[in-house]
Write a new protein. Structure first.
Length: 301
């Protein structure tokens, strides 16, 4: 398995960055996750971080080195993340719960499968065209009654993680990947100010994703202006093992069975781009995630 990836997160015009993103991989599988903590509710950044940590921890448990039931894993991890956020709110006796959207994709073999809840999106671009993208769980993207022209508020979501009501989420059928396919996960700070045509054009401009991704982030920040939302995205290019230039991107073919690498930190990431961690930092992150899961299990018994 071989892919090129770049991730970037910027605070924009907000007081703090409530977005979180990261990826994990084994020899034969990769997980990419992005969460957008919701403003208007307390500690959105905590909800987003808990979602990433929970999904990453479950992925580490299941990817041996592949996830046997990808759809089942995505459904289980979404509900587990929701439950972790609710436990956090209960432990702190919060009157209102932290909430977050989430989008997560698993790539393994030659296919990609993804889950999303809320309005964080996933785009797939092939040969310069939009192959598919997720549809938001929002009033703006909900089918309107025939003949209705009533205005809608795109910021009004129908579901999210951390809400007192059970979250709803969609899971895609597996998509067979082709060499050069580009996949982007992003928060609404990106797509809310950049239309799909511009996003697709920039992703397929011929530049490597390490250039296309920051270009999109900068365009979103400029378009958003002084009151820009948090701008966060992960963009990757799928490359088969026979792709020329073996020094480009990440190749998992030399990874030993049982090895798990992650950029998802157990602590709260600082604002700005989350850099790839060195081996010691990865081991610390995994150990902290494992300890958090152990403590959670102990509290249940």
């Amino acid at each position: 398995m071989k892919f090129s990836v770049f991730q970037v997160s910027r605070k924009g015009g907000r007081l703090k960055n409530e977005d979180r993103m990261g990826y994990c991989y084994t020899r034969e599988s990769g997980l990419f996750v992005l969460a957008d903590g919701m403003g208007g509710h307390p500690e959105g950044e905590v909800a987003a971080q808990l979602a990433l940590q929970t999904i990453a921890a479950l992925y580490q448990r299941e990817a041996r080195p592949t996830v046997k039931d990808v759809k089942g894993f995505l459904a289980e991890s979404a509900m587990a993340a929701h439950q972790q956020i609710m436990r956090y709110a209960s432990h702190k006796a919060m009157l209102d719960t932290p909430r977050t959207t989430v989008v997560a994709a698993v790539l393994q073999g030659t296919s990609a499968t993804w889950m999303h809840c809320g309005d964080s999106r996933l785009y797939v671009v092939r040969d310069g065209r939009l192959l598919t993208r997720t549809r938001d769980h929002s009033h703006a993207e909900r089918p309107k009654p025939q003949g209705s022209d009533m205005p809608v508020n795109r910021n009004l979501l129908l579901t999210c993680l951390g809400s007192p009501t059970t979250p709803l989420f969609d899971i895609s059928p597996p998509l067979q990947l082709q060499r050069g396919d580009r996949i982007m996960l992003c928060s609404d700070g990106v797509w809310g100010v950049l239309d799909d045509e511009l996003i697709v054009h920039t992703l397929s401009s011929g530049k490597p994703v390490s250039d296309a991704a920051p270009d999109l982030a900068e365009m979103a920040l400029r378009k958003g202006g002084a009151h820009s939302d948090n701008v966060t995205l992960i963009a990757l290019e799928w490359e088969m093992s026979e792709t020329p230039g073996e020094d480009r991107g990440i190749s998992t073919e030399t990874i030993d069975d049982g090895v798990f690498a992650s950029t998802i930190q157990a602590g709260m990431p600082s604002d700005g781009e989350i850099e790839d961690m060195d081996e010691d930092a990865i081991e610390r992150s995994i150990a902290e995630i494992n300890e958090a899961i152990r403590r959670s299990a102990a509290r249940k018994t």
